[in-house]
Every structure is written in structure tokens, then in C-alpha cells.
Design a protein around this ligand. Structure first.
Ligand SMILES: Cc1cc2nc3c(=O)[nH]c(=O)nc-3n(C[C@H](O)[C@H](O)[C@H](O)COP(=O)(O)OP(=O)(O)OC[C@H]3O[C@@H](n4cnc5c(N)ncnc54)[C@H](O)[C@@H]3O)c2cc1C
Length: 483
């Protein structure tokens, strides 16, 4: 276990400060929620910036240094905990932040994201849109405009959503998405045009292997839910500016201890009852610090290394996650090529056309930038970044009838998300409930520990962080006054 140190137990000091290990969206959500509940927090992050897998990333695009993201992300209106916390940490920014209680759905420029109604256009025409009506009615009405679907395909889609609703979106454990689609008679053309791309976009796992129950849950909370749940939400500038950076500033203003560039190397209970925990970091000069509880908000392999001695059963589960890659190709044009805000591209691996979704990122430096997402790359033979960029640039030019972009840069996240397989481990934040022993003060957070069955998403990460924080705060209830 390289990099992990095994600490011997030591005496507890009676502190009520809680350590959050990991400054991605889950860890920051946990820290904000704990602080909101009056619990003193220290947050450790190994990297030099906040945000983990969803962060601001300066890149060189042709002759310009521009601020983009480590990977293009899309959020949905259904991301209620993300939206709540984004609003919360942006609410008290000096100057032009959101006013307190400002409606998150507003489209005014000070809101740090752009919200558009579900509208999936392809190079061949409209595939799916939503009219603002309750439940699936909005999608059904929107299907009337779906110019690239035949009447039979529209009917099959409506039958599928109605059948899932009738089943209460449950009962598909152990099935893959492809098996689910076959069970409900989805025609092959509709599977190829709509369901396979949606599955890869939402689960970063190909439909032949992806978990049907998780897919049904995503459909329940988006197409199957109320009017704005399927809205598309993208950051107005960068992912970092949307939540991680304002969250860190919010925490700092409230006295939280923020430690960037600090790798946690080892944790150990202070006594056999686990009434406190000691944390050792990469700062060799700093003594071990003691905390009343820990929230381990790092990806599964890192979490397995940290909790291995204390919670071997949980560590074994954490080691079972498999991962897949997401690449984002940024293309730059000198002039605005007239892109739609979001376009579904025609993926065709046989022709080397790997691009799946294109997002218009507007003017950045000297360029007009488009971000093209290439998900679930584990199913393909690897190709180098420059070859990927070349192929995607040709694909976009051909499918959208625009000039071949002269500037390109590629971000590849090899372990972007865990593969959302039917048999993946099911974890929750409460390690005590999972391990069945005394470890009440050790909690997990992260997209892998979301109490609901979500895929690896920002919303899953934030929900897990909030749930862990609420659990820790409940445990410490009554002890906080002595902080
Ligand atoms: C390219 C890409 C595209 C994506 N697209 C979408 C999308 O469109 N929509 C969506 O909802 N989700 C998307 N996701 C998934 C989403 O980004 C993740 O689910 C989410 O960011 C996970 O957050 P997290 O806090 O659980 O983990 P992480 O972001 O991985 O945070 C964990 C943090 O812990 C730190 N850390 C690790 N070990 C230690 C240690 N020992 N000590 C201290 N710190 C440590 C890491 O540096 C990291 O910052 C995408 C992900 C990628 C990579």
C-alpha cells in the first residue's frame, strides 16, 4: 500500500473538530454542511486546487491560454442538492454574487450557470425536447417535434417511459440497460439513436454492460419527473467558479481550516472505541492532528488504502470498483461557427468519429470554443490525444458543416468515473452501518457512496457529502459547544 502509513492508536484529546479528507464536490459539500451546522471543520486536499474531477483547468489553445475545465460536464435540473449548495455558497459573495434566497432557476447573468430546457438536436434534426408539462406529459408533447423519429419510434418511447412509471421505476436489479430495452421492445433504431447515447452520457458505461436499475433511476428523476428536472445546466464560466472555489471561500470566511497540497497519508483511531481519529499528512513538519470524526471523501482506491486497517470489509468493497475514461476535445475557431448550445453528434467509431456531444463554450481568449465529449472510451482501442483531436475536428466539420477547427487541445481523464455495472458495490456514507462494528466516527463521501442509486455524478457526490455531514453532526450533537 504505497504512500499509506499505519498509525498506532493514541489517546483522545476531546476535540470536536471534524476532518474532511478530499476537496472534490463531495468533500466540499460535506464541509459546507458541517460548517452550516456549527461543526468546526478542517479539509485536506492533495491537489493545488479545489474541485477534484470537476475543476477549473487552464489550457493552452493555439495562441491563447484559456480557463476551461478538466472535462466538460452537464448538470440537470434534477441535481437539487448541487443547485441548493451552489446557491448557498454563492449567496453571500461580496459584489455581484447571488442575493440571499435568489431563485436558482433565474436566468439573470449573476447566476453562475446557464439553464436551458431539454432540447436534443442532432445534425439530422430534432431528437428529443421537453414542453413544460408535468411528469412524462412534457416529454410526450415534445415528441411531436422529434423530426428524426418515426411514428413507431415515438410510440415505443412513450410506451417505455409509461411502463417504467407503471413499475415505479424499480425492479430491474441485475439487468443491463440493453436487456431492459429489449424487455420493453425498444426498436433497434431508437436504441441506437437515443438510448445508447443517453446511457453512455449518463452512466459513462456502454448499454450492453450498464446497470438497468441506475438508468431507470436517472430516467425517473429527469424525463419522468416534474417540469424543470430535465433542464440542462452548464457553468457560466468554469466548473471551479460554479461551486468548488466559492465553497472554499465560503468555508474560509466561516473559519474552516483549508489545507491544499496536503495528502493524508494515514488515519488511526485514538482509542479502541474510535472516539477520535488521528490524521497524518504529507507535511512532515506537522504533528499528527486529532479529530472527533472523519469524512473520507476521496475516490474508492484511495479510500480503500486509508480505511484498510480500520474497516477491512469496506476497503474490500471499495477495491471492487472499475473505472472508465472520458476525453474532452476542445476545438477553437477564429470566428463564431454558429454552434447550438448543445448538439448530439453522430458517433461512428467505424469512421473514427468518436465525438458524442458538443457544447458551445463561447468566446475564450482569441477563439470561439466548442467542447466535445468522448465518454466510455474503455470499450475502444486507445488512440493518442492528437489523433483523437484530428478525428473529432473532422467529424464536427463534416456533421455540422463548419470549418475544420484550427486549434485543438485534449483533456483525458483516465479514471473519470467508475463503471456503472449491475454488480458494483453498494456503499453508503455510514461506515459503521457497513462494517457492523464500532466505527461510528468514520464516514465515507464521494460519488461511490451516494445513498440513492445514482451513477458517478456531481449530484451523487454532493448528496453523499451532505448525508455524511448530517450523520456526523447528529453524532456530535450536544458536544459542539465546547469547540
Ligand atoms: C471528464 C469528466 C466528465 C464528467 N462529466 C460529468 C457530467 O457531465 N455530469 C456529472 O454529474 N458528472 C460528471 N462527471 C463525474 C463527476 O465529476 C464526479 O462524479 C465528481 O466530481 C466526483 O466528486 P467526488 O468529490 O466524489 O470525487 P473527486 O472529485 O475525485 O474528489 C476527491 C478528491 O480527493 C483528493 N484526494 C485523494 N486522495 C487524497 C488524500 N489521500 N489526501 C487528500 N486528498 C486526497 C483528490 O485530489 C480529489 O480532489 C465527470 C467526470 C469527469 C472526470
Amino acid at each position: 500500500m504505497a504512500g499509506v502509513e499505519h498509525l498506532a492508536p493514541g489517546p483522545a484529546s476531546g476535540t470536536v473538530r471534524v476532518a474532511v479528507i478530499g476537496g472534490g464536490w463531495a468533500g466540499l459539500a460535506a464541509a459546507v454542511e458541517l460548517t452550516e451546522r456549527g461543526v468546526p471543520v478542517t479539509i485536506f486536499e492533495a491537489a493545488p486546487q479545489w474541485g477534484g474531477r470537476a475543476r477549473r483547468c487552464p489550457v493552452q489553445l493555439g495562441d491563447s491560454a484559456v480557463d476551461l475545465d478538466n472535462g466538460q460536464h452537464l448538470m440537470l435540473g434534477a441535481y437539487r442538492e448541487c443547485l441548493r449548495l451552489i446557491q448557498h455558497v454563492n449567496a453571500d459573495l461580496p459584489g455581484d454574487g447571488l442575493a440571499p434566497n435568489h431563485a436558482v432557476s433565474a436566468t439573470s447573468p449573476e447566476v453562475p450557470f446557464v439553464r436551458t430546457r431539454l432540447h436534443i438536436a442532432t445534425p439530422d434534426g430534432l431528437l428529443l425536447q421537453r414542453i413544460r408539462l408535468p411528469g412524462t406529459a412534457g416529454v410526450i408533447a415534445g415528441l411531436l417535434g422529434a423530426s428524426i423519429l418515426s411514428a413507431g419510434e415515438r410510440w415505443a418511447l412513450m410506451r417505455f417511459l409509461s411502463a417504467l412509471r407503471w413499475h415505479r421505476w424499480r425492479g430491474f436489479d441485475g439487468l443491463t440497460v440493453m436487456q431492459l430495452l429489449a424487455r420493453f421492445g425498444q426498436p433497434p433504431a431508437l436504441v441506437k439513436l437515443l438510448w445508447e447515447p443517453l446511457c453512455i452520457a449518463a452512466l459513462n458505461t456502454e448499454a450492453s454492460a450498464a446497470c438497468a436499475q441506475t438508468f431507470a433511476t436517472v430516467l425517473r428523476d429527469s424525463l419522468g419527473a416534474g417540469g424543470d428536472a430535465s433542464d440542462f445546466i452548464t457553468p457560466r464560466s468554469t466548473l471551479g467558479a460554479l461551486f468548488p472555489e466559492p465553497a472554499a471561500a465560503w468555508l474560509q470566511r466561516r473559519g474552516a481550516h483549508l489545507r491544499l497540497r496536503r495528502v493524508v497519508r494515514g488515519i488511526a483511531p485514538s482509542d479502541p472505541q474510535g472516539s477520535a481519529w488521528r490524521v497524518r499528512t504529507s507535511d512532515a513538519a506537522a504533528p499528527d492532528e486529532e479529530f472527533a470524526a472523519l469524512v473520507i471523501a476521496v475516490p474508492p482506491p484511495n479510500a480503500a488504502r486509508l480505511v484498510g486497517d480500520a474497516a477491512p470489509g469496506v476497503a474490500a468493497q471499495l477495491r471492487k470498483f472499475e473505472f472508465d475514461t472520458i476525453a474532452t476535445v476542445y476545438l477553437g475557431w477564429r470566428d463564431d461557427p454558429g454552434l447550438a448550445p448543445i448538439t448530439m453528434l453522430g458517433e461512428d467509431a467505424g469512421r473514427g468519429y468518436y465525438g458524442q456531444w458538443l457544447f458551445d463554450r463561447g468566446a475564450q481568449g482569441n477563439w470561439h470554443v466548442g467542447a466535445i465529449v468522448v465518454s466510455a472510451q474503455g470499450r475502444r482501442a486507445p488512440i493518442g490525444p492528437s489523433e483523437l483531436a484530428r478525428r473529432v475536428a473532422s467529424q464536427v466539420a463534416e456533421q455540422l458543416g463548419v470549418a475544420v477547427a484550427p486549434a485543438t487541445t485534449v483533456m483525458i481523464e483516465k479514471r473519470a468515473t467508475w463503471r456503472c455495472l449491475p454488480g458494483r458495490p453498494r456503499l453508503i456514507p455510514d461506515v459503521c452501518a457497513l462494517e457492523g462494528n464500532h466505527l461510528q466516527r468514520l464516514w465515507l463521501a464521494g460519488d461511490h457512496a451516494c445513498p440513492e442509486r445514482y451513477p458517478a455524478t456531481l449530484e451523487g457526490a454532493v448528496r453523499s457529502g451532505v448525508a455524511a455531514a448530517r450523520g456526523v453532526a447528529a453524532l456530535l450533537d450536544g458536544k459542539i459547544d465546547g469547540a
